[in-house]
Design a protein around this ligand. Structure first.
Ligand SMILES: C[S@@+](CC[C@H](N)C(=O)[O-])C[C@H]1O[C@@H](n2cnc3c(N)ncnc32)[C@H](O)[C@@H]1O
Length: 239
């Protein structure tokens, strides 16, 4: 939706499609998976701990209109801005630490593109729900869970809430306890789940990065519905 370091927009098509009518992104960022193709039509729940990122989502979901977005002023190279929505458009994760940035030609261009993208897509998110908080604040629901945390070690540093603040073993236990389909993204240092290679990307200055994925397809809808019915009837059923 907006430019964001670590977003999955360019590679969203490589992930398995959602199997469930509800998608939860407990590490929302710019929510590229939920916005890919027509995934957005489902019920979508975002969880984001960074207050400034959550604020952008609240604005997009509750207030922003295409006209208001297109009326946002241009950015000119050389000027300064303290707007977080501008700052995320700097093509570096260092930008997350800045309170004010000097607009570069790249940032001005990213902003111009993003404004158009946001205006064209804002209508897709009006039925979405945002929860500002830790990933554990996500509701206990059956869903397609797209778990894309800051990657373990160096690749996940730089965010306001980055890899140094995460307990990855606890995160893996939490993710495995989710009901439904689980898509869990990691980079080359993720060693806490049996991640499989998804693809290799060539980034800035030819730097290669490995994208890996742990995919646990959801058990059949019928099985879940059956378990819920058994529980409601008061008979013993799977927990
Ligand atoms: C790799 S980015 C997600 C990118 C996203 N999939 C996209 O396509 O734009 C990870 C996000 O998780 C957020 N985050 C970090 N720690 C978190 C936590 N404990 N709970 C929820 N969100 C967290 C970061 O602020 C960041 O926005």
């Amino acid at each position: 939706m907006f430019y964001y370091y670590g977003r999955k927009k360019q590679i969203a098509r490589h992930y398995p499609p959602p199997e469930r009518p509800r998608i939860v992104e407990p590490f929302a960022g710019a929510a590229s998976y939920a916005l890919h193709g027509d995934h957005w039509r489902r019920e979508v729940i975002l969880v984001e701990r960074d207050r400034r990122v959550a604020e952008i989502w609240r604005w997009l979901i509750e207030q922003a209109t295409p006209a208001a977005i297109l009326a946002l002023p241009d950015l000119r190279a050389g000027e300064r801005s303290s707007e977080f929505l501008h700052i995320v458009h700097a093509a570096t994760k260092m930008a997350f630490k800045y309170r004010t940035i000097k607009v570069t030609p790249i940032l001005a261009r990213n902003w111009e593109i993003s404004r158009r993208v946001m205006a064209a897509n804002v209508g897709k998110v009006k039925h979405w729900t945002l929860i500002e908080g830790d990933y554990t604040a996500a509701p206990e629901v059956d869903a397609t869970w797209f778990v894309d945390p800051p990657y373990r070690s160096a690749p996940g540093r730089g965010y306001a809430h980055g890899s140094d603040a995460l307990d990855y073993d606890a995160l893996a236990r939490w993710a495995l306890a989710r009901r439904g389909q689980l898509l869990f993204c990691e980079g080359e240092f993720g060693d806490y789940l049996p991640f499989r290679p998804l693809l290799e990307l060539t980034g800035v200055a030819g730097k290669r990065s490995r994208e890996r994925l742990f995919h646990r397809p959801g058990a059949g809808e019928a099985a879940d519905a059956g378990a819920a019915l058994t529980r409601r009837a008061g008979t013993a059923g799977p927990a």
